[in-house]
Design a protein around this ligand. Sequence first.
Ligand code: ATP
Ligand code: MG
Length: 602
Amino acid sequence: MTQALRMSTLFLRTLRQDPADADVVSDKLLQRAGYLRKAAPGIWTWMPLGLAVLNKIERIIREEMNGIGAQEVHFPALLPRAPYEATHRWEEYGENLFRLKDRHAADYLLAPTHEEMFTLLVKDLYSSYKDLPVTLYQIQTKYRDEFRPRAGLIRGREFIMKDAYSFTVDEEGMKRCYMEERSAYERIFKRLDLKYVPVFAMSGPMGGSASEEFLAPLSIGEDTFALAPSGKAWNVEALKTPEVAEIDASATPAASKKSTPNAGSIDEMVAFANETYPRTDGREWQASDILKNVAIVIKHAEDDDHDEPWRELIVVGVPGDREVDMKRLEAQFAPSELEEATEEDLKKHPELVLGYIGPMAVGPQAREQGKEDAVRYFVDAHVAKGSAWFTGADEKDVDYYDLVYGRDFQADGTVEAVVVRDGDMSPDGSGPLSFERGVEIGQVFQLGLKYSNALDLKVLNQNGKTVPVWMGCYGIGVSRVLACIAESHHDEHGLAWPANIAPAQVHVVAAGKDAVVAETAEKLVADLEARGIEVIFDDRPKVSPGVKFKDAELIGVPLIAVVGRDTVNNGTIEVRKRDGSDKEAVPADSAAQVIADRVANL
Ligand code: ATP
Ligand code: MG
């Protein structure tokens, strides 16, 4: 017996108009269909229909988590400062962290994520390898003071997350847990009928190693991912340029310095070279012949040699037809942040002549000249060994021609420094990359030892030695997932939920004032209730059939049954799918059976 939701008493108001500030279709429809109400920017009140769907999504997640042996716990959302102080996240989280004080002026926070608490809980209870592995999870409310809450539930400031953490005695254990969790994610998203792309990711501010983000490919997403013809995908920061083949430089002339007055910019350099020093190989100079050398500052934290955070200036050489991508570059120097060198920084390095910075005054070649403290020089991964460049000669109005990487200059390292373009070769060599947008719905992450080291989570291993515990962490944005499902399951009339998470299976509409209509509909609903079928019953006496049909389509349960004029005239009930397809007229007394059969096959 499952009690029907009766529209006459259901706590629900549907809206005919889109809310003014709703920016994406899921936000519009979830508000219009009465699933959610806005409480404040990025903060939502769950209405009965919204909760019904949320609970079903959570149930699927729980089943799959329990299925891989993870155990559910539940932490408070309101947490003391100390554990976050130990991992430096009290500061590092920046303005996204909701910080508050209790009445005794002690610092608290509303948890944006719970690594610290899980780590400390396991430390409290466990001390031996015999206790491991263990995976714990919770489904819980998280708080982040996002700069720009948007897209309804998709970027909220209060939102629901499933977060799981695995604890193992060694790295292999961590990898095994990671793979189990990853396959649970695939099952979850399949059951939710939510398209997903696992995207290789850089580890980001949490530290650690391997990580994949699960993105729902949606054009409203804020994340761009790069897709290879093989189907593999990467987020832009994690893209690795395939190694470029070495070029045979045996015929390249010796490097020469040439005067290039007033040619500071790439375009000016190209124009000047074509006019003054035309190439002899039958083609024109182009931007990609120029090696652009960019001065960047790494903001290091204090270390053994520095009592204070310090700035290191480096120079990065990139092909002149490409722009530097600071986020990609920064990912390689994480956790340090990068910024462009300021005038102040450059003043300390008179060897760098603005507009004419070249590889000879920096890096290994400068050190070879006895300049021990030369700034480090890196080249972008597109710079091939043996390639000849037109580039700065560290004097005003003078450039080098035919300066060959590997012959005339070396680098301290190769980095991913430039904006990736449509058509660039994919890291797996399967063909050119294309770019798509998506919403991050989950992430699996090999944390490694970061939190166990910071919070001193250690166990005795098989040999009686004390070792730090290997951790993995695994998140799913539960409320965001709900919105993404709405984003991909709707039409112009409203929502269209997958059957297993719809708030009900059948929407019974009593259309018309005739007493037969009300009686037949009541009887049908009682029959369906007795069979355990979830029903929304539009029994509102004073609402027109037109409005009821509109609401049924807006609310979006998979089957609609209409008790109306046909029932009065022919004794039939119309049963159809939410989109109007598979319509049939069923005799009233067999309608419950027909519906039950159809529900079983949804
Ligand atoms: P994003 O890059 O979108 O800000 P994140 O990488 O910071 O997300 P995680 O810390 O990995 O997020 O959190 C785990 C999951 O929680 C994410 O994969 C996402 O689905 C969800 N999530 C994160 N931030 C929000 C938010 N502001 N509103 C709703 N869900 C969120
Ligand atoms: Mg993430």
